[in-house]
Design a protein around this ligand. Sequence first.
Ligand code: ATP
Length: 304
Amino acid sequence: MEKIIEIEHLNKSYGDIHAVNDLSFCVKKGEFFSFLGVNGAGKSTTISMICGQLEKDSGKITICGMDCETHIEEISRKIGVVFQNSALDAPLSVKDNLKSRAALYGICGKDFENRLAELAELLDFSNLLSRPFGKLSGGQKRRIDIARALIHNPEILILDEPTTGLDPQTRKNLWDVIGQLRKEKQMTVFLTTHYMEETADADYIVILDSGKIVAEGTPLQLKNTYAGDYITLYGADEKDIAKLGYPYEKIRDAVCISVPDTKAATGLIVTHPELFSDYEIIKGKMDDVFLAVTGKKLGGGGDR
Ligand code: ATP
């Protein structure tokens, strides 16, 4: 698969703080890429440099085969960004906000009206067009932020914690739209989030700590490397479980046994068939991976 974002030995310091420290990774075209790290890990700093809003100290950023240093104008047409804090004008109406954004890309008149209608249908905001942006609810605002990021039909959508503070239903709606964009337009999605369950479907994950990569891989590779498995066993006697020698937790009518990997789970089941007649084996959560790798918990819920 073609590389769409390539970061090589990127560095950025703010005074004594080495926010991005010799960072290298790449994102492939059409990929759902997840960029994780606790507060202050260097995610936003990296995104700002990818978007050309912040000057790097050293290293190289290549987007769609073009060097950020020499082709920032062309690159900005390839990228749409949803920032943590909305970049829209509170007193202006939704339509006027999007109109002025579209004008920056030379999209005016009939072309703008057509694009607006398309986005309003996709993101379901036809009823909000004349409302001042500042008076919308959090979820409504996010939909308009995404429309703003998509107005020029970018190839890459960068989402910097897009669902923070949204209710579960609004989060789900946003993810449905993003899923649709990926499927229909093969859009590359670059996500940072504090909700680990949002990364479960990612094609590739990079975990950052203090400006450096501490782990990377597919969710499966990360779970297999950094998190154990769980066996949920029903109808067994707790004192028999205690003898197995693995940590366990009693949950309602079942016992959840933590094992280092699937091989250990299979070993237990094969050697104790009398105990394991009704059970499930589940891979560890992305939360477990994050905790194992960084020693810290990320906010949000689990993905199990
Ligand atoms: P969050 O999840 O909180 O958004 P992040 O991973 O995006 O965090 P950054 O915002 O990139 O992290 O910050 C990386 C480090 O750089 C932090 O220690 C932060 O305090 C510092 N930093 C970021 N912006 C500036 C700035 N403009 N001036 C000085 N220090 C900064």
